[in-house]
Design a protein around this ligand. Structure first.
Ligand code: 6PG
Length: 242
């Protein structure tokens, strides 16, 4: 694992660096494989990054957008990660609808939606059951409790190793989420984290010894590149070994 930490002085610098990484990852992927596959994180931190990507002149037909997790709500619900990304980015650019691979949230049973999305990934990446696709870039945030995607502390989703997509749970609210194996198979994983409220969990995530099930972001150890982009308020005083 090739892990790098960068602490940026403020949110503007954090988002500028995150944009730079997204664009260079995109350029490499398109040069090498003719397309770029990115999974988006939800929550509030990435919104300015998505707005910045929307200002770029890019080969949108070669860019495929997935989500690393989704709240189990309709796509027009204010909590929807899909809605946030569409408003901040996807509705502002000429990206083909078929390049937007939203997580389904319309099945009565979230487990059926997880299976449907997993099947969709298999078809898109042309892989068999048991194989794991390598997305070019997976964007992640981290909650105050150290969760990432919808991999929450001490939930069953943390131990799923034989699937790509599973059902996460936050306070009994279902979510659809990438599993740890799928995230760890990415060519690059990039955390973008800001705010003093993240510092206690970051200290545990970066501690040499702490409980992975209590701080699930510790489970993210990709075989490819791992970038942690932190703003000063989140990253100051942390012992980060680059
Ligand atoms: C979600 C996210 C989640 C998020 C963290 C951080 O669906 O909420 O994918 O993992 O990244 O909770 O959220 P903030 O960026 O809003 O702090």
């Amino acid at each position: 694992m090739n892990r790098k930490f960068v602490v940026l002085p403020d949110l503007a610098a954090l988002n500028a660096q995150a944009l730079d990484h997204c664009l260079s990852s995109m350029k490499t992927a398109i040069q090498e494989r003719g397309l770029f596959t990115i999974a988006l994180s939800g929550g509030s931190t990435p919104k300015p990054l998505y707005e910045a990507i929307a200002t770029q002149q890019l080969p949108w037909d070669k860019i495929h957008v997935f989500w690393g997790d989704e709240r189990y709500v309709p796509p027009d619900h204010p909590d929807s990660n899909q809605l946030m990304a569409r408003r901040a980015w996807l509705d502002r650019v000429d990206i083909p609808d078929s390049n937007i691979h939203a997580m389904p949230t319309d099945e009565a049973d979230p487990a059926d939606a997880a299976r449907k999305y997993e099947e969709h990934l298999r078809e898109f990446f042309q892989i068999q059951v048991g194989e794991i696709p390598a997305l070019d870039l997976i964007l992640l945030g981290m909650g105050d409790d150290g969760h990432t995607a919808s991999l929450f502390p001490h939930t069953e989703a943390l131990s799923v190793r034989d699937r790509l997509i599973t059902v996460g749970n936050k306070d009994a609210q279902p979510r659809i989420t990438f599993t740890v194996p799928l995230i760890n198979h990415a060519r690059c994983v990039m955390f973008v984290v800001a705010g003093t409220n993240k510092r206690p969990a970051l200290a545990q995530v970066f501690a040499p010894i702490a409980d992975d099930l209590t701080y699930p972001s510790r489970l993210i150890q990709p075989q490819g590149e791992l970038w942690w982009l932190l703003d000063q308020t989140a990253g100051q005083d942390l012992k980060l070994g680059n």
